[in-house]
Design a protein around this ligand. Structure first.
Ligand code: ADP
Length: 202
């Protein structure tokens, strides 16, 4: 029997972390694509060496860590660089995700990924849970959380799939516009029951 894997996604500031923490509190193993994406370019990793060879040593900080800001700027302004980087990192990230899902010990596990749909990670999951909010809620909460301007939040949103297309990929949806944190916990508890039932049929 293979393990049931739930893909959890949503735009910036939609509440992915908040919902994920509620699942974690119930003992569900969480695999975080953002953490994995950082791990594959950790200090002295083969991928980090490839990046320094391809783009130059100035893409490393004095302590040898990746200069993320410079790399972000580079791939933002240059499509070929973006493709090169994606073709290096995406297979490594996929392999690490698959390994972590195999190591998970809870009856089902959650893969949380902001770009689950955009980065073709759907094939790795059995169901999709979308955390959905109005765009104005996304902007207001992200500005408050990160101290960013509305323009900065909007430019991240523009690089993500549209709300409608994300919802079209959903099997389950948590509407996080008006929910209180207590309500989120009870919605998560309901979904947890559903996923445990599905696990038995999987
Ligand atoms: P994401 O991980 O999708 O970027 P977060 O879970 O960090 O989103 O939520 C964005 C911000 O909004 C955080 O500061 C979080 O505490 C807050 N937040 C999330 N859900 C709610 C809610 N239902 N009501 C009020 N604030 C919320």
């Amino acid at each position: 029997m293979s393990k049931l894997i739930i893909g959890l996604t949503g735009g910036i500031g939609s509440g992915k972390t908040t919902v994920t923490n509620a699942f974690a509190k119930l003992g569900v193993d969480i695999i975080d694509a953002d953490i994995i994406a950082r791990e594959v370019v950790a200090l002295e990793s083969p991928a980090l060496k490839s990046i320094a060879q391809h783009f130059g040593k100035n893409f490393l900080l004095a302590d040898g860590q990746l200069n993320r800001k410079l790399l972000r700027q580079k791939v933002f302004s240059d499509e070929a660089s973006k493709q090169w980087l994606n073709s290096l990192l995406h297979p490594l990230i996929r392999t690490a995700i698959i390994n972590q899902t195999k190591e998970a010990t809870s009856p089902y596990c959650i893969l949380v990924a902001p770009l689950l749909i955009e980065n073709q990670l759907l094939k790795l999951v059995n169901r999709v849970l979308v955390i959905d909010v109005l765009e104005q809620t996304q902007i207001a909460r992200t500005m408050r959380r990160d101290g960013n301007s509305a323009e900065q939040v909007k430019s991240v949103m523009a690089s993500q799939i549209s709300r409608n297309n994300r919802l079209a990929a959903a099997d389950d949806i948590i509407n996080n516009d008006t929910a209180t944190f207590a309500e989120i916990e009870s919605l998560v508890a309901k979904l947890d029951k559903k996923y445990l039932t599905l696990t038995k049929m999987h």
